[in-house]
Design a protein around this ligand. Structure first.
Ligand SMILES: Nc1ncnc2c1ncn2[C@@H]1O[C@H](COP(=O)(O)OP(=O)(O)O)[C@@H](O)[C@H]1O
Ligand SMILES: [Mg+2]
Length: 224
């Protein structure tokens, strides 16, 4: 295994918009060590989500190489990329992306449904994950019966239930008040202390500076 859990080598992601090319990411090279806690900061439109989606194999680069656990993802099939997404990465988004008709517990169980666990095991793992984020007493509530911070905790439990080594969060506090945002940030800090690599996108300077390392993007490039 490589000591760099993530490496981007001269990675670009261009979008063709009619006669224009949007260089969402433009020749970015960066390595992230196992167990690091990094924030990706920068103004709106600087390429933060693009970089996050590439790291999480939700998207593929126009050019360059992305290595996850030392493995080059460039030549990988959709099935191989799906394996990385499911086994190595947990995602958290600004708008929580919970399924409104399901309870907290059912939402957290979702990533385990096709992973070959028995129903009893799935339930145990999901309850453990909800306990981990301090929400075991809300497991039978639906999203509309939870506060924003609680919804984000459910989303974090869902991201952790597969025990991924990498946690990616794109503006996870963007829909929360600052006090709740700080609590979520503390939770990420704890999750990182357990040895997980955490990457957090934020345009909130104060929160971004709480991570141990910052990557600043502007116009699709890393600012030094
Ligand atoms: N699917 C897309 N099609 C066209 N342009 C896009 C697409 N996604 C992002 N972009 C453009 O790429 C740039 C970077 O976007 P993004 O990564 O979402 O920035 P950020 O997350 O920092 O706000 C922006 O100019 C945005 O308009
Ligand atoms: Mg974004």
């Amino acid at each position: 295994m490589s000591d760099h859990v993530i490496a981007l080598r001269n990675v670009s992601r261009y979008y063709v918009m009619g006669e224009f090319i949007v260089k969402a990411l433009d020749g970015v090279s960066v390595s992230i060590a196992r167990g690091e806690f990094t924030s990706i900061m920068g103004p709106s439109g600087s390429g933060k989500s693009t970089m996050m989606n590439l790291i999480g194999c939700l998207d593929t680069p126009t050019d360059g190489q992305i290595l996850i656990d030392g493995e080059d993802t460039s030549g990988m099939s959709e099935a191989e990329l799906a394996f990385i997404r499911n086994q190595k990465v947990g995602f958290v988004f600004q708008q929580f992306n919970l399924l409104g008709k399901l309870t907290a517990l059912e939402n957290v169980v979702t990533p385990l449904l096709y992973a070959g666990y028995k129903p009893r095991e799935r339930r145990r793992m999901a309850i453990d994950a909800l306990e981990r984020v301090g929400l075991a007493d809300r497991m039978h509530h639906r999203p509309n019966e939870l506060s924003g911070g609680q919804k984000q905790r459910v989303a974090i439990a869902r991201a952790l239930v597969n025990n991924p080594s990498i946690l990616l969060a794109d503006e996870p506090t963007g829909a929360l008040d600052s006090r709740t945002g700080n609590q979520i940030m503390e939770l990420f800090d704890e999750i990182n202390s357990e040895g997980r690599t955490v990457i957090l996108v934020t345009h909130d300077r104060e929160l971004g500076l709480k991570a141990k390392r910052q990557i600043h993007l502007r116009d699709g490039k890393i600012e030094v």
